[in-house]
Design a protein. Sequence first.
Length: 300
Amino acid sequence: MLRPTQKVVASHAVEVGREKTRKLNLREPATRYGILVILTFALTTLYPTDQSYELPRFEEKRIANAEVIAPESFHIHKQNAEYTRDVSVASDAVKPVFYLNARVPLERKAALEALFRDIEALRSSDLPDSARTTRLKINHTETRPISDATLGFLVNSNVLSPAALDSLRALMQSLLDVSYEPGLIESFAQIETTSDSLTLIGTSKEWSVPRDEVRDLDQLTVYLQQHILSALSPGATRRIRSTYELVPSFLLPNLTYSEAETETRRRKAANAVSRFQGSVLKGERIIDKHERITADHINK
């Protein structure tokens, strides 16, 4: 059995233990709350709720008194004069559009060949030269502008041998070939543009060619004259004249200018021009007329 003194000591020890336990129980929530407050403060400082745009390395240096922080993201509109100029540049950059008719060169060469076949037939006929030339002008409309002297020379086998006639035929056919490379238009006067190239549209593709590679009828006339003089001897005056008269009369443009398609493309290019000079993001530093602050401003 425990003595009375021992009972008192044991009772006191139990009370002391209970008191320590109560103090520990009270201290633990306080400690947790304290840690939570410190952690919340630290997170709020490092990651503010209303965080704004992160400024660059020169954030602390002001550029001008008018410097502000963009409150919202917005577009910068162009001035009317600037927008009008950009539209004009975009429209002028559109190349003139031409449709290519690949059948024209083939048809023209076939027409020239048909003429020479009739010339060969008439050279062996009993018709006088005047009747022969009249027959040619009736059957071949291309020869109507040709002088009777030139046609009479071609149908007269006494002044132009069969071999010489074949030589002229081959020369004229080759001149038709080079005349349509890469294309022939009626007149450059119909194209109101400063573009240095043209857009050609064929049956299955579209491509661009330098403007100076395409000739109009006036330019081709000069080119043919130079080519004929280099192909025939200077003394062959009648052959030179015959070739120079015949070839241009058989030429028709194989490129047709499409004003409608060109204008459609110009309108499309003009409509694609943006009315905005740029954009400013929320939080960016701006000065003057919505100009962004860059490192160039800092270095000035």
